[in-house]
Design a protein around this ligand. Structure first.
Ligand code: DAH
Length: 335
């Protein structure tokens, strides 16, 4: 006698295993197809003894209907699971989170710092809010000196306490004085930092800029050391073939003073100011100017970054436009 209950249990268990359309198809072939197992039972009914025929026949027919319903339900179940989202494919590559990158000025500043470090310079920083005395007076730029006009200064509002006047430093040169207060020669230091100038902005001027100041003091230093050091620096930054020129320039804290230009796409571009540290500044630091000499220089990081990356307008650097900044993702890790 055919055990319809066992047959049903087996059919349902194997249907539950079917995980996709192909699985449903082969299940149907196995159970309900022309040579299917339930079909075989139905066909065999007529060969059964007469008293078993009605019972088995009716039971097998009912089971056939139920299994048809079951396969329909199973299909709906699989479809619903599929629309919950694709199955987890662990072989797909991971999605990178957006990482951002260093700001082009940071990249350039680090490259310049590294170049000086390789030449034996220390790197220190100084205050952005500076005393008038350091920013001007002790650099030989007293009140009323025409050189003060070289920097349109942003002053810190007077708090009425009668304390010394403060300003946002217009250059990194005040750190020459601060460093000389604390250190003895030999001195070889650079000072990167932000400076502020109250001026109208255009493609080559910003009210905020980054400078790198340099100071070298030792015995028997000459202008040749200044030239050699700065030319070595410029060749590292712009390439060994770069053409350079020194021209006379005036800065109250050096004597003689000069500017260094490089030839860039046919034009001469000023990249830094420099000179031999004024003997009065050496003397004010408590050193004997007949024994100690040295040189100083100051340069803009934005200018170098513009040349290096072909940026035509300095104002791009501080607009925080992600389209501009993400151009520098390619330099990630190259600082
Ligand atoms: N501080 C000057 C400026 O902001 C640049 C400069 C010129 C720095 C000559 C120096 C120097 O140390 O020797 O324009």
């Amino acid at each position: 006698m055919v055990d319809l209950e066992a047959l049903e249990a087996e059919a349902r268990a194997s249907l539950a295993e079917a995980g996709d359309e192909a699985g449903l198809d082969s299940w149907r072939v196995e159970w309900l197809g022309r040579r299917g197992r339930l079909t075989a039972v139905l066909r065999g009914v007529r060969d059964l003894p007469a008293e078993e025929r009605p019972l088995i026949g009716a039971g097998a027919n009912r089971l056939k209907g139920e299994l048809e319903d079951a396969v329909t339900a199973r299909r709906a179940e699989l479809l619903a699971a599929a629309s919950d989202g694709p199955a987890l494919d662990v072989t797909l590559p991971g999605r990178r989170p957006p990482m951002g990158s260093l700001h082009p000025i940071t990249l350039t500043r680090r490259m310049m710092e590294r170049t000086f470090r390789d030449m034996g310079f220390d790197v220190v920083e100084g205050p952005d809010v500076e005393l008038e005395e350091y920013n001007f007076d002790r650099l030989r730029i007293p009140a009323g000196h025409p050189a003060r006009d070289m920097w349109d200064t942003m002053w810190v509002a007077d708090d009425g306490s009668g304390g010394p006047r403060q300003l946002l430093r217009t250059h990194t040169s005040p750190m020459q004085i601060r460093y000389l207060e604390r250190r003895q020669p030999p001195i070889r230091v650079i000072v990167p930092g932000t400076c502020y100038r109250y001026e109208a902005t255009d493609a080559t001027h910003e009210w905020m800029l980054t400078q790198i100041e340099g100071l070298v003091i030792d015995e028997d230093l000459s202008f040749a050391h200044l030239k050699g050091t700065l030319e070595a620096f410029v060749r590292r930054v712009f390439g060994a073939e770069i053409e350079t020129r020194f021209r006379c320039d005036y800065f109250p804290f050096v004597e003689p003073g000069a500017e260094l230009g490089v030839r860039w796409q046919g034009d001469w571009l000023e990249v830094l100011g420099c000179g031999m540290v004024h003997p009065e500044i050496i003397e004010d630091a408590g050193l004997d100017p007949d024994r100690f000499t040295g040189f100083a220089f100051g340069m803009g990081v934005e200018r170098v970054a513009m040349l290096r990356y072909g940026v035509r307008d300095i104002r791009h650097f501080y607009r925080n436009d992600i389209r501009f900044l993400s151009e520098f993702d390619q330099f990630r890790g190259s600082a």
